[in-house]
Structure formats: C-alpha cells, structure tokens
Write a protein that binds this ligand. Structure first.
Ligand code: SAH
Length: 198
C-alpha cells in the first residue's frame, strides 16, 4: 500500500470520468498519431483507453495497484485492448527496453514529483522513447491561482528540466479538468521531441 493507492479509496478529483480535453485535441488535430504510446501515471486509464480506441498501441503505467485494477475494469467494460501495468515511472527502464515508444504522454503526474525526482524522470523517459519520439506533458501551470491541487510548474522549470534531453516544441496554455477546479485549472501542454543520444 502506498499513498497513491489511498488516493483511489474514493474518487480522486482528477478522475473526471473521461479523457482530458487537451489529450483528445492532440489526437483529433492529428498531432499525436497512432503508434506505440506510453501513458505515465495513467490512473484509471481514461486517456490510455481513449488512445487505444483511436488506433494506438497504448500502455498505461501507474504506481497504484488500485488505479490499475480500475483501469483494467474500465477497458474491459468498453471492450478495448490496452496494456496496463503497475510500476514506478522513476524505474521505467526496468520494465521497457530502450527506445521502445513512439510517444509518451503524461497527464497529471510530472507536477507531483519532487525536484530531485524530476531529473530521474527525464532520464527514464528519454531512455524508453525512440529517437525523435514525442513527449506530451499536461501539468498545472504557474498561472493557476487557487490553493487546491498539485505543484505549479513554470515555463522556466520546463526548459531547465527537459532542455538537455529534449527539444521543446511549444509550451501552450490549456486547462486541466478537475473536480476541484470549475471550468478546469490553468495548465500547460508541452510538446517536446527527444534529442538524439544514448
Ligand atoms: N493520468 C491520470 C491520473 C493523474 S493523477 C489522469 O489524467 O487522470 C497522478 C497519477 O500518478 C496517480 O494515479 C498516481 O497513482 C500516479 N503516480 C504517482 N507517482 C507515480 C510514480 N512514481 N510512478 C507511476 N505512477 C505514479
């Protein structure tokens, strides 16, 4: 049992029962195209399932066994094939070979990591992404004023943490849907391309 399992004892605020609008838009405007995609901190799998329904070979990983079992139930109910596994995103290379994904998405995980863990995280995603693979991050932004919710992430932090291993394509203003934030919390959608290298 860990604190993230306790989070699923009742419905957590980020579990809005459908995929995040920003992720849906990435697919519907053809920016994120079918391929092998990893969903980090997938929770109950709404985004992962949406990707699978739209032709992606989608895998979701979450540290909470409760979240993964709810995600498996959701996928079964819809009748779509999705790979879910319990795992720690700070240890991705234990579960997946190097360069195995065309794309990685993160909806709401990065913004809960400590400063130290951010560096481990970036090394791990760089390792399992293919060369020139895409990474999309949806996180609460520094513009969100309310007290509720996770850490706020600044553009400067994104540049610092990802800049060495990734080319940042854009950092766009968007919203993160949450039961605690009417109309959504102010968020950033980051698109980055993995730079060549080990
Ligand atoms: N992506 C989902 C859930 C976001 S909440 C959504 O958009 O709704 C953040 C999730 O990250 C939680 O499900 C939590 O269990 C998971 N998590 C936290 N730390 C993690 C870690 N180190 N490795 C994998 N998952 C983690």
């Amino acid at each position: 049992m860990n604190s993230w399992s306790d989070a699923y004892d009742s419905k957590p605020p980020w579990d809005v029962g459908h995929p995040q609008f920003a992720i849906v838009e990435l697919v519907f405007n053809n920016e994120l195209r079918p391929g092998k995609v990893l969903d980090l901190g997938c929770g109950t799998g709404q985004n992962t399932i949406f990707l699978a329904e739209n032709g992606f070979d989608a895998i979701g990983v979450d540290i909470s066994p409760e979240a993964i079992s709810l995600a498996r139930e959701n996928a079964k109910e819809i009748g779509v094939s999705v790979g879910f596994r319990v795992g720690d995103v700070l240890r991705l290379s234990r579960y997946f070979p190097a360069h195995s994904f065309d794309a990685i998405i993160d909806s709401g995980l990065f913004h809960i990591l400590s400063d130290d863990d951010r560096w481990t995280y970036v090394r791990q995603i760089h390792r399992v992404l293919k060369e020139n693979g895409r990474y999309y991050l949806l996180c609460f932004s520094e513009k969100e004023q309310s007290r509720a919710g996770p850490r706020r992430v600044s553009k400067a932090e994104i540049d610092t943490v990802f800049g060495k291993h990734f080319k940042i394509n854009y950092i766009a203003d968007t919203l993160f849907e949450s039961a605690l934030h009417v109309g959504g919390a102010k968020a950033y959608l980051v698109s980055a391309t993995r730079l060549e290298g080990k």
